[in-house]
Design a protein. Structure first.
Length: 261
């Protein structure tokens, strides 16, 4: 981002010099290709900050200047998905055909997931994951696992998370996601261990990590409609950390639902 902003500042200064003396020095001017590359870096920085509205405006300006680039197409699809415009994102990505490779499949998976088209989402992530296995991209395997879990294909989801963690053992979100799939299959002891390891991987230690593990196990049990088990887990979280606000709120909500069915 600093590189992009510095480059934009330089462009602005060069423009000012040109206007003042009406005779820009060749070594101080930028080619159109260089300017476009800097503007693409600005779009990327906006996407990283989740400023999808500003990213779309910047992309529209680049389109207006005649830029037609596969990177810009992928950035636009990401911004559309971030804005919840899933249908527009899918349409754009379909028009790209085979161009875009792994990133296109990943973005299709996310857009389909936003549309709640879980089968298409899982298929897109599977195609991306096949490429990810060759290029060693654990984040794509984690996305695949998430899509499979959403379609209740938990065994396959666990396999995807396992591959992701083999490539990057520090990927805590994959370990945490695995915990939910394990719990969905009734493998609560393994799920608790996965949740605890994920918390520790995120820098949470001691009783705090135990509390996070119990809290997540409670959420997982609630998802499978095991209210008794959820209550036990959330009580366990509060035993480890009496100030765990999420566990307290979840327990209060469950109690209220039981008292007012």
């Amino acid at each position: 981002m600093r590189k992009a902003l510095s480059a934009l500042l330089l462009i602005s200064l060069v423009g000012c010099v040109g206007r003042q003396i009406n005779k820009p020095v060749p070594s101080e001017t930028w080619s159109l290709e260089e300017r476009d590359e800097v503007r693409l870096e600005v779009v990327e920085a906006l996407l990283e900050r989740q400023r999808y509205d500003l990213a779309l405006r910047a992309i529209a300006e680049l389109r207006g200047d005649g830029l037609n680039d596969i990177k810009l197409d992928l950035y636009q699809a990401e911004a559309l998905t971030g804005q919840g415009l899933y249908g527009e994102s899918v349409d754009l990505l379909k028009r790209l055909g085979p161009r875009g490779g792994t990133e296109r499949q990943k973005l299709l998976g996310l857009a389909y997931f936003g549309q709640k088209n879980l089968e298409a989402s899982a298929q897109s992530f599977k195609r991306a994951a096949r490429q990810a296995e060759r290029s060693e991209k654990p984040d794509l395997l984690n996305n695949l696992g998430f899509a499979l879990a959403a379609a209740s294909e938990h065994e396959d989801a666990i396999a995807a998370y396992t591959k992701a963690l083999a490539l990057d053992p520090s990927l805590s979100r994959a370990r945490n996601n695995m915990g939910f799939s394990l719990a969905a299959l009734g493998r609560d002891q393994e799920a608790h261990a996965a949740f605890k390891a994920a918390a520790q991987g995120a820098g949470i230690v001691g009783k705090q990590a135990q509390a996070e593990a119990w809290y997540n196990l409670g959420v997982a049990r609630r998802i499978r409609e095991d209210d008794t088990g959820a209550r036990e887990a959330w009580v366990g979280a509060l035993d480890m950390n009496p100030d765990h606000a999420q566990a307290r709120a979840a327990l209060d909500t469950l109690t209220a639902a039981e008292e007012n069915p």
